[in-house]
Design a protein around this ligand. Structure first.
Ligand SMILES: NCc1[nH]cc(CCC(=O)O)c1CC(=O)O
Length: 308
């Protein structure tokens, strides 16, 4: 047998990022009969990891988690980069493409509280912490009487802050909690009809060099086509709305029967108003569905909509 080629997997160093990188590594072992030693991880610290004191939306947004990994890809020190699709900007640098996505995890958000059973159960004035403008705005829409505060840090840090009583409740993605084996903390899961996830939530994206056919072929067996179709619609929607991190935007596509169903939502940051668009169509038309929903919302949005 010929010597196996080596793929270097680039990842951030947070526990969630490492869990996702290990999942990618494990999935690549099976189809090729490679050993994990052929798929070493290269852990790369990003600007986003270093900023702890202010909301990332103020520090420059999503690219903060990808820039250093993009550079490593382009320089050739890694062969693929594993990302939470949710944290990826809509446009990647020249020369880098998303090859595809692993099969999607649970897309829902989880409500987590040690004292209260659900969002509806929170007493007036209770403090809900989240760093996500999307979650903040949706909470405010459901419960304008609550206090919504910034809660930053990785998943474990946020759970520790909740434990210490810094907030009464928080919301986290089910996908991350599952990957970290932390679902014991979940008080209740929020159905997508009531609380719409972020574009890309629950999906792991694999980025590669655009022209690297060797890597593209090697990872093809682990990519999931339905997830790719859903993400195509969601990311097209986000692109139309020019999803900056300052804008509360939610969007989710799923296959229902043979059809792709997309729901998109934009909210005022204070939750006082929201606009929703729904599209159904052929999975092949995913990009058009997402774009169309985005265009509809953009045309319906009053000019001042995105200001607080
Ligand atoms: N922004 C942080 C982030 N990026 C991806 C996930 C969870 C995993 C996923 O959504 O795929 C999380 C944590 C969270 O939102 O609870």
């Amino acid at each position: 047998m010929a010597a196996s080629p080596t793929l270097v997997i680039g990842t951030r160093g947070s526990p969630l990022a490492l869990a996702q990188a290990h999942q990618t590594q494990d999935r690549l072992v099976a189809p090729h009969g490679w050993a994990v030693e052929h798929l070493p991880l290269s852990i790369i610290k990003t600007t986003g990891d270093a900023i702890q004191d202010r909301p990332l939306s103020e520090a420059g947004g999503k690219g903060l988690f990808t820039k250093e990994l993009d550079i490593a890809l382009l320089e050739g020190s890694i062969d693929l980069a594993v990302h939470s699709a949710k944290d990826l900007p809509t446009t990647l640098p020249e020369g880098i493409v998303i090859a595809g996505f692993l099969p999607r995890e649970d897309v829902r958000d989880a409500f987590i509280s040690h004292r209260f059973k659900s969002i509806g159960d929170l007493p007036q004035g209770a403090v809900v912490g989240s760093a996500s403008l999307r979650r903040q705005a949706q909470i405010r829409r459901l419960r304008p009487d609550l206090q919504v505060t910034l809660l930053r840090g990785n998943v474990q840090t946020r759970l520790a802050k909740l434990e210490r009583g810094e907030v009464d409740a928080t919301l986290l993605a089910m996908a991350g909690l599952r990957r970290l084996g932390l679902t014991d903390h979940v008080t209740t899961t929020l159905e997508t009809d009531d609380f719409l996830p972020a574009v890309g939530q629950g999906a792991i994206a694999i980025a590669i060099r655009a022209e690297d056919e060797r890597v593209r072929e090697a990872i093809a067996p682990i990519l999931d086509a339905p997830t790719g179709q859903a993400l195509a619609a969601e990311r097209a929607f986000l692109t139309i709305l020019d999803g900056s991190c300052r804008t509360p935007i939610a969007g989710h596509a799923r296959l229902v029967g043979g059809e792709l169903e997309f729901r998109g939502l934009v909210l005022r940051p204070d939750g006082s108003e929201s606009l929703e668009a729904v599209r159904r169509g052929l999975p092949e038309d995913a990009v058009a569905l997402g774009r169309d929903a985005g265009s509809e919302l953009r045309s319906r949005m009053p000019p001042d909509f995105l200001k607080a």
